[in-house]
Design a protein around this ligand. Structure first.
Ligand code: ATP
Ligand code: MG
Length: 304
């Protein structure tokens, strides 16, 4: 059963799409069956995966308004055998208005995902930079929210608004929505500011901040113009190494979580210790200010 992660932050340009595309590709490299859903009318995840307008049939818009099933909109084997994509085009912006009077407007994506959930290990959703109906649909459908946080001035500003939206979703439509976790992006180790943002985020979110940080890396910025995830464009770059390390951390967290819930899985894991293999043979990217995960994640209401 897939774990569904919505990658969201209403602040623009913080690395949501870069994270969605490259984490999805890194998971696919690790032979995790992965579906990337582009839920942003800008369609950056779609073009960043190399899909041209001519290749696009049904989209996230058609799924949300009920024109087709999610299965109909899936483009298979995007760069990798294990990576599928549901594309988006600018018409997705119209869904916000078209669904406004629909009593099921908040749960459309959740219902659309239910029949295909078993086919994947991970479903990653690239959200738009707003907290409107599209993002709401994705938070209602998700098991967890992954927040990319750009290591810049004002990084933490607006997060309280995002977290209060999460709280509302938890209260009303999706009580099990988790924050899992916070990913520091565009980190520049030379800048005090980057270090300060990282330290503030770790103080605020504790173990929910991924130990690996994503460095500012020109190769990550170039890759989308070639329609390639970074692991295809330049696997040796620090950006590729960082996203593979984050994929590994995600897999390890999820393995720990399933062991907590299923003692048989624990037994199985003890018998076969190396069940994840993203970037195992490659060195960790430089990731200053690492905080080991020592305590279980607090719930949103307690921890944020
Ligand atoms: P939007 O809110 O518009 O959807 P976003 O949050 O999805 O934006 P991205 O599109 O991923 O943000 O990134 C914004 C810009 O920063 C892009 O040009 C991207 O290529 C660049 N970028 C993202 N991450 C990095 C990085 N680690 N190093 C260098 N450039 C980056
Ligand atoms: Mg984006």
């Amino acid at each position: 059963m897939a774990r569904i992660l919505a990658i969201a932050n209403q602040k623009g340009g913080v690395g949501k799409t870069t994270t969605a595309v490259n984490l999805a590709a890194s998971l696919a490299v690790a032979e995790q069956r992965t579906l990337l859903i582009d839920a942003d009318p800008q369609g950056n995840a779609t073009s960043g995966c190399g899909l041209a307008r001519a290749d696009i049939g049904q989209t996230t818009y058609d799924v949300l308004i009920g024109e087709c099933t999610l299965a109909d909109a899936i483009v298979r084997h995007v760069h990798f055998r294990h990576l599928d994509l549901v594309p988006a085009t600018p018409d997705l912006a119209g869904a916000e208005l078209e669904l406004v009077d629909d009593p099921d407007r908040g749960t459309r994506m959740r219902h659309a995902l239910a029949p295909i959930r078993d086919r994947y290990d991970y479903i990653l959703i690239d959200c738009p930079p707003s907290l409107g109906l599209i993002t709401l649909n994705m938070l209602v459908a998700a098991d967890a929210l992954l927040i990319p946080l750009q290591c810049e001035y004002y990084a933490l500003e607006g997060l309280s608004q995002l977290l209060s939206t999460v709280q509302r979703v938890q209260d009303v439509l999706n009580p099990s929505l988790d924050v899992d976790g916070v990913l520091l992006t565009m980190y520049d180790a030379r800048l005090n500011l980057s270090r300060q943002v990282a330290s503030d985020a770790r103080e605020h979110f504790g173990a929910r901040v991924f130990p690996t940080v994503i460095p500012r890396n020109i190769r990550l910025a170039e890759a989308p113009s070639f329609g390639k995830p970074i692991v295809v464009y330049d696997v040796a770059s620090v950006g590729a190494q960082a996203y593979m390390a984050v994929a590994r951390e995600l897999l390890e967290r999820d393995q720990q979580r399933s062991q907590q819930h299923d003692p048989h899985a624990q037994q199985h894991a003890n018998q076969s210790p190396s069940s994840t293999h993203v970037g195992r043979a490659t060195p960790e990217p430089r990731s200053p200010a690492q905080t080991p995960e020592t305590s279980p994640r607090a719930s949103l209401s307690n921890g944020a």
